[in-house]
Design a binder for this molecule. Structure first.
Ligand code: BTN
Length: 265
């Protein structure tokens, strides 16, 4: 198991990871972090596990990751933002994870709305944000799963998922990547909060060339086919379909036109 000393060795963050709980095995780092957040754990507290037995993904899915080959961790956030701004946090987290991976691994990745990270068109990282929101945001837990060195994937996700190591042919130093992602996430988060999210959308769009692309968006029992016409100020996906524009705040997007999804550079 990776110890906190190994994970945090030389980390350059102010608060992210300063308090880190590490587990060999846990049900879900997000579940644990939510309990800690409810007990007033401070902002930046991290829960890390080498293995999750009940890892959770977006839209009620499970997140499976081979033990000891990947990164699965959660960060507690206490942003002083309005509840209406909460859908911008997935984009901030995606920017942080994308930049951290690029810096550490020397590769170019893409983002897919709202917060998947893709390499060569396949998913290498996912982010699950869960929060407690009343009239204000009490806390948000950002759960991050990065497929780092795993080479074999379950049949049902094999076509869509890959890992950094599998794509590059190079084994990635997991603690170094953990630190790079935390440093970059903290930087993006602080910048977003201090500027009232001013640069988040344009910056995220440089990683996510989705505008004008044909997509299908699925959520629960509905599916819409259309063209992406933009991202709304509050982080929703604007889809134009049958002459009407609608904004969606959740869903699973598949890009359905034939052009390859362009690499960020
Ligand atoms: C997704 O793409 O569906 C989001 C996946 C998020 C997975 C991470 S792994 C660490 C944290 N703990 C969880 O149970 N889920 C998130």
């Amino acid at each position: 198991m990776l110890s906190s000393d190994t994970l945090l060795n030389g980390i350059k963050t102010d608060s992210f990871g300063r308090k880190t709980y590490t587990f060999a095995t846990i049900d879900s780092t997000n579940s644990c972090a939510r309990v800690l957040a409810g007990c007033w754990a401070e902002e930046g507290t991290v829960v890390y596990a080498d293995e999750q037995t009940a890892g959770r993904g977006r839209l009620g899915r499970t997140w499976t990751a081979a033990a000891g080959e990947n990164l699965t961790f959660s960060v507690i956030l206490r942003p002083a933002i309005l509840p209406g701004q909460i859908n911008l946090l997935p984009l901030v987290a995606a920017l942080g994870v994308a930049r951290g991976i690029e810096t550490c691994c020397g590769i170019s990745v893409q983002c897919k709305w709202p917060n998947d990270i893709l390499l060569n068109g396949r998913k290498i990282a996912g982010i699950l944000l869960e929060g407690s929101v009343t009239e204000r945001v009490q806390f948000v837990v950002a759960g991050i799963g990065v497929n780092v060195n795993q080479t074999v994937f379950p049949e049902e996700i094999r076509a869509r998922a890959t890992s950094i190591g599998r794509e590059t042919g190079v084994s990635v130093d997991r603690p170094a990547l953990f630190r790079a992602v935390l440093e970059s996430f903290e930087h993006e988060y602080r910048a977003a909060l201090s500027t009232n999210f001013r640069d988040v959308l344009p910056r995220w769009l440089t990683y996510a060339p989705m505008i004008g692309r044909k997509i299908s968006l699925r959520h629960e029992s509905f599916e819409v086919h259309g063209l992406v016409s933009g991202i709304s100020k509050d982080g929703g996906l604007i889809v134009s379909s049958e002459g009407k524009e609608r904004t969606y705040l959740a869903g699973d997007v598949t890009i359905t036109d034939l052009e390859p999804y362009a690499a960020h550079n």
